[in-house]
Design a protein around this ligand. Sequence first.
Ligand code: ZN
Length: 89
Amino acid sequence: MFLHLEGRPITDFFSGPGFLKCSRSGCTAQASVRLLWNNPRVHEPSRRKEWLACPEHQAWLTQYLQERNFFKDTVPLEEPAEQRKEHGD
Ligand SMILES: [Zn+2]
């Protein structure tokens, strides 16, 4: 007797609709804010890159960007309006 192992990803729980994970390496917590940043050496000045941060790592990620003069802004994480409409049942 042998077991057939399906290669089914077990990470779906953490990446389902509405779940936005913290950008800190190794962190699986849900993000609460977006950190907007720009690297003037590789990005157009008007371009904004985006990191997601959980409450625990918001300060760490903000400091990381500020030390490199990349940091621009912190904005609240909000579900896109398109997704919110789909939830009404
Ligand atoms: Zn985190």
